[in-house]
Design a protein. Structure first.
Lengths: 345, 342, 374
């Protein structure tokens, strides 16, 4: 039995690695082969200048210049280039050098990652708690004012995009009323470190972005949670528990929440990936230099290595999220057998 | 044996074991009757059910409003021109420019109205692409299974893994799409794989049902089975999820226009927001904030209507509800508690 | 109202008979539906005798489950339950010094079930009267082990865990269940038969007086059905239980029940001693029902289904509710509604013409139905 489990885990991990690589290859290829891509433009540019200066068109020299500028050697066939790139990562931890910032991509992202994770984790925790609370309570009081009012509230939250709220908050709370800082990760004046002033400053700067992140995850989950809970409220085992005298408290937690989460669990964990991606916009709005902010800058400035590096980061988070969801589902649902026909997405 | 007419003869319960008994009439009814029945079944009843639910009613009206604004409204309102008015006229001050003007002296209202067609086009493109790809990948993979299934799902997985928003940003930066349709198509890239997987799950579940097996045993061809049996059953779900995809497309598009990643090609709310933020510094200046409010409100309104409508659609496809409404009886939820509880 | 006879099914007395553990009077359950008011229990009187096994038999939708739910005041919204449901604790119970759970009966000679407060009702259920639902599969919380269900029930009633679990060990033994294995399993890991038996044990954990069982064997195979039936008898003997057994399967309870109550159109049409009822029922419906039971021994021509369709709770027939389908109905039956009337030693039927029924509706009962495996 354990052997089949192991085999399933290995298979899933291999699958994930494969999809990850495929995705990366796709992006890599895009940059190289699409006409009008940055690489092509740079090459055309160099060729033009060489021609104008009257010199010979030395393709090797062109390749070298192009490589310095973009990090890609255009003479190399795509597959080889890609392989080199991956090999560089796996063997040397070398993600290339950012053109824009002239620093190793790894360094940039590594220092920026924790800030993004900070935002996302807190936003997610808030989001999940509220989702559960709302969903279960609304279903328990189905049809009441709380239920109907809650539904409308959630619909509103869902339809006003998170960045709209972010912009409005930024506009009023930060700029016009000065209640919150208008950007940045930490207070400029404080010295970085584990001192109180810095710590509080960080929280202060992160509060609006976290609020915005929280909104991303809240709405849809709550409605799904409510729907699941409603169907459990009508179930036989709930009726049995009530007749047996089990307390309402216990019913709410051990029966309703515990069982209603199951269908949503996988979606939750996968949603982490989506949450991180939304950071790109949130961080831009609040000038918060996390990984998302860097991705944005890299994309708009065709800083190819940094873009690829960010992709790896975000893709990696998504893949891990999916893996974790799949592999841990068996922990919360005793009926699940890993490796079965259950759809994992 | 009594042969008097009883006052109440005990009636008949609504369900009997072998169906409602009116199938026998169907084969003998005229084409006109059948047409009327189809009309009732496919048009009138869904409409009646949809109308009865406050969500579809309000959401539907909302969507209609936007469609009108995008078609009729565009014809009525003159296009905004540069310098037609003073810069930064406040809203509700001058009735010629009821909602004020922007930094170039253009009428905000007409800007907003003329943005609508682009938004609608994007939404439509997003919906078509997301649902289309999902149907192709999901249904074929689900129904056929085997190697084809594995292949298609691997492709879908790759796209799930690629971080959606970043990918779209990168693609937009490379391709700089201008046409609203293309923008919508690109933006739907992150939505279709999840839809495809969900559709595949549904198809997998349906495939093992008895009626499919029966159809196969009768020799009905695959396209017919898929088209006539499976599609109607998954259509409602797909419609609802498709609406969700369209909502996501609009949401992301405005964000990207706002951030300046998508190039300005036509008027749209995202562009208005961008200009309000950048050119007019609306975020920091209270007197200019109105420039941001209108596009935000319009955007939220459209999303709200779409979401509400799709939530209500859920009810439309609930068969029990359809039956109640087609009988013409007033009904509220929970009215059938008796039959279910015995 | 009902005429009195010794050993009659229902008695109207001032003093509670020692024999009776629960009595029901004028019970009605109604639902408000858009097309009218549905009476799913239509003015029912019944006495349940102490330590008997009473089978309630009827078609789907005849009201049996409602009747069972009503005994625990567990009719779900939007159903409305009215009437008098009285529980009579016996002398031994009233005198006992050790009370299991919180429901205190030391002072009362009778308990008005419908008048209990929320807390009292919560204690009453499971301590005095408990229930086993249809579909054991779905009565278990899928994310909780079996022992969790037992523990939470005991704790909810403030009983001593250790004592109760010792009792459960005895119950498991009587039900042929492996205590350690079943307790530590999740519901989905157990077979249907085991789940059903464990459910029975769960319903008896607080040693109630009355056990109501709604089609407990419906989803099980024949062998399992038989074995559970015999286990029930053992349980009754060992633990002094009263059992109310609801089923649509008349032959099944032939060997188990002391008395049978036949329900039709949301009320009882015949009640009485099992052997008498099965051998020579007096109500046309019962006889027609028995005639329709497929059996190897009887002739093909003799077996016939009952014609017509079952009644609509919103549109219950005037007069005798069976008259539209009754082969011997006449004008009187269309107008007057017969009460339960004694037709034999311990047999009552709601019909004006029991003798006519007997002569007009012949049936032969298969031997296994009359089998006495006591």
């Amino acid at each position: 039995m354990a052997l089949t489990h192991m085999r399933y885990y290995v298979r899933r991990i291999a699958q994930s690695a494969f999809t990850m690589l495929s995705g990366l290859f796709l992006t890599y290829a895009l940059y190289r082969i699409i006409p009008g891509s940055p690489l092509q433009n740079i090459i055309a540019d160099i060729v033009e200048r060489q021609r104008q200066s009257g010199g010979q068109i030395d393709s090797e020299q062109i390749a070298r210049i192009a490589e310095t500028m973009t990090g890609i050697n255009p003479d190399e066939p795509i597959i080889v280039g890609f392989f080199d790139y991956v090999a560089g990562i796996v063997l040397q931890g070398d993600f290339g050098t950012s053109i824009l910032y002239q620093r190793p991509v790894f360094d940039i992202l590594f220092s920026a990652m924790p800030w993004s994770i900070f935002l996302s984790v807190y936003g997610l925790m808030l989001g999940i708690t509220m989702t559960l609370l709302f969903g279960v309570l609304m279903a328990w009081h189905e049809g009441s004012v709380l239920d109907k009012g809650g539904t409308v509230t959630i619909l509103l939250v869902q339809s006003i995009p998170y960045y709209v709220v972010a912009i409005v908050m930024l506009s009023f709370l930060a700029f016009q009323w000065g209640l919150f800082p208008s950007g940045g990760r930490a207070p400029r004046a404080a010295t970085p470190g584990f001192n109180l002033e810095f710590m509080i400053g960080i929280l202060y700067h992160a509060s609006l972005p976290i609020l915005s992140t929280f909104l991303v995850g809240f709405g849809a989950g709550a409605i799904g949670m409510r729907a699941n809970t409603v169907s459990i409220v009508g179930s036989d085992y709930l009726r049995s528990a009530r007749l047996r005298g089990v307390s309402t408290n216990r019913i709410l937690t051990r029966y309703l929440t515990r069982n209603a989460i199951l269908p949503l669990y996988t979606g939750f964990v996968i949603g982490i990936g989506a949450l991180f991606s939304s950071n790109v916009i949130t961080e831009q709005i609040f000038a918060y230099q996390g990984a998302g902010w860097f991705l944005f800058e890299a994309a708009t400035n065709t800083d190819y290595p940094l873009v690829m590096g960010s992709f790896i980061f975000f893709g990696g988070v998504t893949v891990m999220g999916i893996l974790i969801a799949d592999l841990t589902y068996g922990l919360i649902d005793p009926r699940a057998e890993s490796g079965s026909t259950r759809e994992s997405f | 044996m009594s042969n008097k007419e009883p006052k109440r003869d005990g009636g008949v319960t609504q369900e009997s074991i072998f169906g409602s008994g009116d199938e026998s009439e169907r084969s003998r009814s005229s084409p006109a009757q059948r047409l009327r029945r189809s009309y009732n079944f496919y048009l009138k009843t869904p409409f009646a059910v949809a109308w009865s639910d406050w969500r579809t009613r309000i959401g539907g009206i909302g969507i209609l409003f936007y469609i009108l604004m995008g078609t009729v409204g565009v014809l009525i309102t003159p296009e905004a021109r540069l310098n037609e008015g003073d810069y930064f006229v406040q809203p509700f001050v001058n009735m010629q420019y009821p909602l004020g003007t922007d930094h170039l002296g253009r009428d905000i209202l007409s800007l907003a109205v003329h943005s609508t067609p682009a938004m609608l086009k994007m939404a439509l493109a997003g919906l078509i692409f997301a649902v289309g790809l999902a149907i192709i990948f999901g249904m074929i993979a689900g129904y056929k299974g085997g190697m084809l299934d594995n292949l298609m799902m691997t492709v879908a997985d790759v796209f799930i893994v690629l971080p959606g928003l970043p990918l779209i940003i990168v693609l937009s930066a490379i391709f700089t799409p201008r046409d609203a349709f293309i923008v919508g198509a690109i933006l739907s890239i992150s939505a279709w794989p999840r839809l495809a997987r969900e559709l595949r799950s549904q198809v997998l579940a349906l495939r093992s049902e008895d009626f499919v097996e029966a159809s196969r045993a009768m020799g009905i061809s695959t396209p017919t089975i898929v088209g006539q049996e499976l599609v109607p059953k998954v259509a409602p779900y797909m419609l609802i999820r498709g609406a969700g995809a369209a909502v996501g497309v609009i949401r992301n598009s405005v964000a990207l226009y706002f951030l300046g990643i998508l190039p300005f090609s036509s008027e749209n709310w995202g562009v208005m927001l961008n200009q309000a933020y950048g050119q007019a510094n609306a975020v920091q200046t209270p007197s200019r904030t109105y420039l941001m409010i209108l596009p935000l409100v319009l955007l939220s309104g459209m999303l709200f209507s779409a979401i509400l409508f799709s939530q209500g659609l859920d009810r439309v496809f609930n068969p029990r509800l359809r039956a109640r409404n087609s009988e013409g009886s007033r009904e509220e939820d929970g009215g059938d508690g008796g039959a279910g509880a015995i | 109202m009902a005429t009195e006879q010794s050993q009659s099914a229902t008695t109207t007395q001032d003093e509670p008979d020692e024999d009776i553990v629960m009595s029901v009077r004028n019970m009605r359950v109604s639902f408000d539906m858009s097309r009218g008011q549905a009476w799913v229990i239509n003015d029912v009187d019944m006495d349940i005798r102490r330590e008997e096994i009473l089978a309630v038999v009827g078609e789907s939708g005849s009201g049996k489950s409602m009747f069972a739910a009503g005994l625990l005041d567990a009719v779900e919204d939007p159903g409305v339950l009215t009437g008098d449901i009285t529980y009579y604790p016996d002398d031994a119970e009233r005198d006992q010094t050790e009370v299991i759970g919180s429901f205190d009966t030391t002072d009362d000679s009778e308990v008005d079930v419908l008048g209990l407060s929320g807390d009292e009702l919560q204690a009453f259920r499971w301590e005095k009267v408990s229930m086993v639902f249809q579909g054991a599969m779905n009565s278990w919380n899928p994310t909780m082990k079996v022992k969790g269900h037992f523990h939470e029930t005991v704790q909810a009633h403030n009983a001593v865990l250790e004592d109760r679990m010792d009792h459960v060990k005895d119950l498991f033994e009587a039900l042929h269940l492996d205590y350690d294995r079943v307790m530590t399993s999740y519901p989905h890991e157990l077979s249907g038969g085991i789940k059903q038996r464990a459910l029975i044990a769960l319903s008896l954990v607080l040693e109630p007086e009355v056990l109501v069982m709604d089609e407990p064997t419906a989803a099980l195979d024949l062998l399992m059905q038989r074995s559970i039936i015999s286990m029930l008898r053992d349980l009754r003997d060992e633990f002094n239980l009263t059992i109310l057994f609801i089923t649509h399967d008349l032959p099944l309870v032939g060997g188990l029940a002391d008395r049978i109550g036949v329900m039709y159109a949301f009320e009882f049409v015949e009640v009485g001693d099992t052997r008498q009822l099965l051998k020579d029922a007096s109500h046309p419906y019962t006889r027609a029902l028995l005639r329709s039971v497929p059996s190897i021994d009887s002739d093909l021509e003799e077996m016939r289904p009952i014609e017509g369709q079952r009644p609509d709770p919103v549109n219950i027939p005037n007069g005798c509710s069976f008259h539209p389908r009754c082969p011997i109905a006449d004008d009187r039956c269309e107008i007057e509604d017969p009460d339960l009337v004694g037709t034999d030693d311990d047999l009552q039927a709601a019909c004006f013409y029991p003798d006519s029924a007997r002569s007009e509706i012949p049936y032969t009962l298969a031997n296994e139905t009359m089998e006495d495996d006591r």
